[in-house]
Design a protein around this ligand. Structure first.
Ligand code: PMP
Length: 401
């Protein structure tokens, strides 16, 4: 295979072997380092997708590589009939950093959807069946999580879905007040709707959700699969906003690239599932937990939360300051940003960025999502800002021809 054929070859094999869930693949990647990744033709990109908010420490961070190698050499897997140190240490650490003082317990799984499924089951154990979620919200694609996801196009091919779920407009406190009653098992909300296009609710929304759920004896489930573990510059948005959830879901960035989901339950919610009611063969896998511990330790040791706040603000402000006619505004917090375009050309912008050596994600027809590694440096952030005007012009030009 000569240099330059790698992308084509891998794409052809992909088409023959993998189920076509995601449409035509974009660029086959082979390796990376920090915020840079390379494709199968040897071309380098700055990565503002980050495995979709997963590669919190970038690609091949030495701390993750070491933790995974050491753990897999020592004890790669242990069934939940036994226990091992990494899940215990990780649960303790998660309760400490994301908890808000109340005692809690953790259930480990392998993905965000599974973290939400566990929350769904905890909700069912209240004895109530009605649930409230938000329009546009995304909570995963397994059947319970999909029932909570507020995107009809993703639900319709799979109806009927379990549960009795009301979807209310996101950010609207009056709608929450009307929908959540003394018969509601749980309310699930994202602090920022990631998949819907980095949609930020009005200030105080999460606190209002807490007040309404407390008054009706409803569980408040905050889905921080995307926003948690430093993405917005905090361990969790709940903690940043002083809101005590009953259940908190985490995944994505937690494992630094390894698959892991966590469902944290606080107070009485921690005891609703009893032995035998829920489980997973791989949940709490020591290798995934060791990777997550390395992520948490590195975030702490290297002051990464402060980096996210500083670089996130720099990126947001510098892009907004471009005052490009195709940019309506920039929203989000920390290193979860949405560039809202004045027209629905996000896919063309994504392609033009890729041609210029930047991986970004058209999360909605008019929104480009940036979710780079949390270790992103100033020069890397500035490189995107500097390239954006030409990228937008190229995308705009492509539209007009
Ligand atoms: N909840 C939220 C808020 C998410 O953003 C996602 C993934 N985009 C999920 C749940 C589902 O996670 P997974 O894809 O790991 O199942």
């Amino acid at each position: 295979m000569s240099r330059g054929d790698g992308n084509q070859e891998l794409t052809r094999r992909w088409q023959g072997a993998l189920m076509d869930n995601y449409g035509t693949p974009r660029v086959p990647l082979t390796h990376g380092e920090g915020a840079r990744v390379w494709d199968a033709d040897g071309r380098e990109y700055l990565d503002f997708v980050g495995g979709i908010a997963v590669n919190s420490l970038g690609t091949a961070h030495p701390a993750v590589v070491r933790a995974v190698s050491d753990q897999v050499a020592m004890l790669g897997h242990v069934s939940n009939l036994f226990i091992a140190e990494p899940p215990v240490a990780l649960a303790e650490k998660l309760l400490e950093v994301t908890g808000t003082g109340r005692p809690g317990r953790v259930y480990f799984s392998n993905s965000g959807a599974e973290a939400v499924e566990a929350a769904f089951k905890i909700g069912r154990r209240t004895g109530r069946t009605h649930m409230v979620a938000t329009q546009g919200g995304f909570h995963g694609r397994t059947m319970g999580a999909l029932a909570l996801t507020g995107q009809p196009a993703k639900q319709e091919p799979f109806l009927p879905l379990p549960g009795d779920v009301s979807h209310v407009p996101y950010g609207d406190v009056a709608a929450l007040r009307a929908a959540v009653t003394e018969e509601t098992a749980l309310l699930i909300v994202e602090p920022v709707q990631g998949e819907a296009g980095v949609v930020v609710p009005p200030e105080g929304y999460l606190a209002a959700a807490r007040e309404i759920t407390r008054a009706t004896g409803t569980l408040l489930v905050v889905d921080e699969v995307q926003t948690g573990i430093g993405r917005t510059g905090h361990w969790s948005e709940c903690q940043a906003q002083g809101v005590e959830p009953d259940v908190l879901t985490l995944a994505k960035g937690l494992g630094g690239g390894l698959p892991i989901g966590a469902t944290l339950a606080f107070g009485p919610a921690a005891d609703l599932l009893t032995p035998g009611q829920h489980g997973s063969t791989f949940g709490g896998n020591p290798v995934a937990c060791a990777a997550a511990l390395a992520v948490l330790d590195t975030i702490e040791a290297e002051g990464i939360l402060a980096n996210v706040k500083r670089i996130g603000a720099r990126l947001r402000d510098s892009i907004a300051a471009l005052e490009h006619p195709m940019i309506e505004h920039v929203r989000g917090s920390g290193l979860l940003l949405g560039i809202v375009l004045t027209e629905s050309v996000a896919p063309s912008v994504q392609q033009a960025a890729q041609d210029a050596g930047f991986l970004v994600n058209a999360v909605a027809p008019d929104v480009i999502r940036l979710a780079p590694p949390l270790i992103l440096g100033e020069a890397e952030a500035d490189a995107l800002t500097a390239a954006l005007p030409a990228v937008l012009d190229a995308a705009g030009g492509a539209r007009r021809t």
